[in-house]
Ligand binder design. Sequence first.
Ligand code: ADP
Length: 481
Amino acid sequence: MHDVISGVWIGNQEHHNEDTFPVIDPATGEAFAEVCDADHHEWDLALDRAQAAFPLWAATPPRQRSEFLRAIYQAIIKSTEEFAVTMTRESGKPIAESRAEVAYGAEYFRWFAEEAVRGHGRIAPAPAGTGTIVVTRKPVGVVLAITPWNFPLAMATRKIAPALAAGCPIMVKPAEETPLTLVLLGRILAEVLETFSFDPAIAAGLVSILPTTKAAQLSSSLMADKRLKKVSFTGSTRVGKLLVTQAAQHLQRTSMELGGNAPFLIAPDADLDRVIDCAMQAKMRNAGQACVAANRFLVPEELFDAFQQRLIESMSRFRCGHGLNATTTLGPLISNTQRDRVAALVDQAIEEGATLLYQGSAPSRGFFYPATVLSDVTPEQTIYREEIFGPVVTLTKYQDLEEAINLANDTDFGLAAYLFSENVHTVQYLASRLDAGMLGINKGAVSDPAAPFGGIKESGFGREGGVEGIEEYQNIQYQAW
Ligand code: ADP
């Protein structure tokens, strides 16, 4: 059907097999590419090669690992447009957002190139005076990363870069909906590897990209193998729990970046100009398909009418369309299933007592869902409990700050929370009370490769980025001297 069929990358080699699956453009609903469907032949080979690469890579001087990461950063930046177009075609996000993701995703390589040479440990006198405590870190071993479709590049680079920096080979299974971005990364990595004179066994097994429709088989088969030492997952809480259960078999280490249900708490002393800008950023990036997307807007009674009016003005400015069209500000959702799920969630909310304040228009072709605002949303409604993953703002009115804090924390999730206040005491108080791994304080975005990204409660555990990010790929060794 398509001239070029993208292969599976095992180290620096592209493999083709008979089975393929289509990649759909969510803005048209039509297939535009085919990719090879990895099965056990490929993932077994990837694991063998990764295991062979491990001791060699772990023994490669940190400075060389660092320079390799830095070269990948530069290669990605050089290919920004190719990455951005690929990402927009397979994920639907507006091209400007794809370009921003390329910069953000590449930055993990630059950041961890810098961290690769800072393998600090700790030294302390034993309190009893019996000697010295030395704490060092060692790479965990072969890693499996499983990534979602909403940020096809960045969700993978924030795992690949720290793993490589720490000295670990890594196999990556991209989401079935968006395999092409990482297949492209596989090619770029192979090109960069050619410019380094590493042992051929390193090049053959350092990073593998395994697109497949058999995610469950891949994870259960690889995790049944003791050589796999670590699983880093970004995706739904449901699959995360399953993987943690699977990891119990060999006690593999896991990092889990799971769902969110972020509150967006507007204090009575907030600056509405700032609030509106940040609200659009926190809610509408990637059409609301982000685990840190603002899910529940908590608005004080005294600001409610003013906020509601400004919100509708802003939401009515979004223009749906193909992401490659420069005027598009709202892309499609990833699939028909996701669109139907968001539509059903909104319908159910209305049945349960919410009011539809605003709904824009959206093309019928492709998987679009219009910008939507719901008011009178209460904790009893399903939409309050679930991650919406769509361009839908839900408004909940509150009377006093204690009520707002209780509303904000009334969720099983704890990834991001946003809070808005011009008063430093209110900010301090709210920050101390909100249960979340990340806080946006008068800010609508919390992502920075130099900061530890991650959640608490059923949003998972482990951190990506920052000085903490590399620790997910290291074992601690305590030496008594
Ligand atoms: P989403 O709802 O965002 O698609 P998922 O958790 O289903 O979230 O998907 C995230 C990633 O997990 C994808 O790469 C998907 O293929 C993968 N996945 C789904 N089920 C499993 C499984 N049983 N084992 C391993 N990976 C899985």
